[in-house]
Design a protein around this ligand. Structure first.
Ligand code: CTP
Length: 234
């Protein structure tokens, strides 16, 4: 039996239902154009795969991701922030944990037209945007209306420092504003962030706890997130 322990994955999420959102939403302007972002979905997919390997029943809400479906995971495909919000909140109703790794558009075009916008000859009109619902904040609100039985809600944030505060301080402010249980903060800017492997992540908790995750594969960060979630499950 030498090595048997190493071969059997920890089943500490067995019997648990988890929801993970991944990818980046697209907000249509017309039938051929959208406002989008550069999220690949890799971190969310790693979270879903890792949770399944640890025994969870997983719903993965995927926004515009081209990666293959992870084995043993229920994948719900969405495009817009509104669709993502509906899918995540529905799946979250009976979930033990929800991890919002998706990059959700804060705004969408105020109007979506049925026919392709033509170049014409007049000066272009400025684009008018309206606010999308904050899905993470809605999850926290949904949970509190359901009563005290705990659901662990995890957010992600990409932060830079600015003249007001450093990136970590912005993360702390966001954790408090969103009211979630954990916030995974990625430092971006200065050559860090999207499409580069060099990503400094720190997981913040409301009690002030701070877990630094060294540079490594997205599965390693995923395992740290699930370790922290498991510690908070009732
Ligand atoms: N998020 C969400 N719904 C939105 C926007 C964001 O659920 N409409 C979630 C993301 O999935 C992520 C977290 O909120 O887990 C942080 O998103 P971020 O865009 O950094 O937060 P904002 O509140 O939009 O703050 P900022 O002003 O820094 O953009």
């Amino acid at each position: 039996v030498h090595g048997a322990t190493a071969l059997s994955p920890a089943a500490d999420l067995a019997g648990r239902r988890v929801v993970v959102s991944a990818g980046g939403t697209r907000e249509p302007l017309d039938p051929v154009r959208f406002l989008g972002n550069r999220s690949s979905g890799r971190q969310g997919y790693a979270l879903a795969e890792t949770a399944a390997a640890r025994g969870a029943s997983v719903v993965l809400v995927a926004a515009n991701v081209t990666l293959p479906d992870p084995a043993g995971v229920e994948v719900v495909r969405v495009a817009t922030a509104a669709e993502l919000g509906t899918a995540v909140r529905t799946a979250a109703a009976d979930a033990d944990a929800v991890v919002m790794a998706a990059a959700v558009a804060d705004f969408r075009p105020a109007e979506v037209v049925d026919a392709k916008i033509k170049k014409g000859t007049a000066d272009p009109e400025p684009l008018r945007l309206v606010r999308n619902d904050d899905v993470l904040a809605a999850l926290v609100a949904d949970r509190s209306t359901r009563g005290p039985a705990g659901q662990v809600v995890v957010g992600f944030a990409a932060e830079t420092g600015d003249s007001h505060a450093d990136w970590l301080a912005h993360g702390r402010t966001k954790l408090a504003a969103k009211g979630c249980d954990l916030l995974v903060v990625n430092r971006v800017g200065d050559g860090l962030g999207f499409e580069v492997p060099d990503n400094a992540a720190v997981v913040l908790a409301p009690d002030g706890a701070q877990t630094e995750v060294p540079l490594g594969p997205k599965e390693d960060l995923a395992d740290v997130v699930w370790d922290l979630v498991v510690a908070r499950l009732v």
